[in-house]
Design a binder for this molecule. Structure first.
Ligand SMILES: *[C@@H]1O[C@H](CO)[C@@H](O)[C@H](O)[C@H]1NC(C)=O
Length: 91
């Protein structure tokens, strides 16, 4: 393993990004921090989520009806895992 702590940390982040799902609560936290204009590197340091992951979570929350200009309150439905395929959604 590299001895440079920041390289180790970066490798750790990459592993986490690829291997772990984030808690719904952590996603909600990342959304809130981003909506309050906290810089991405700080959000990454706090939540362990990479910027790309944060963007994905952000986009999905907006798609699901989150409107941070109106209210910063995050509901479960904005951050829950995508529904499993196999059960058709009712339109
Ligand atoms: C997020 O919430 C949904 C619905 O309550 C739950 O099924 C899912 O397991 C949760 N995800 C995590 C990573 O805890």
């Amino acid at each position: 393993m590299p001895r440079n702590p920041s390289i180790t940390f970066t490798l750790h982040l990459i592993l986490v990004h690829h291997c772990a799902m984030y808690d719904n609560a952590t996603r909600a936290q990342a959304l809130t921090l981003k909506a309050m204009n906290v810089p991405s590197d700080q959000i990454t340091a706090i939540t362990g989520m990479l910027e790309r992951t944060i963007r994905d979570v952000w986009k999905r929350a907006i798609d699901r009806g989150w409107n941070p200009q109106q209210s910063l309150k995050v509901l479960d439905i904005y951050v829950q895992d995508a529904p499993r395929s196999g059960r058709p959604t009712v339109q």
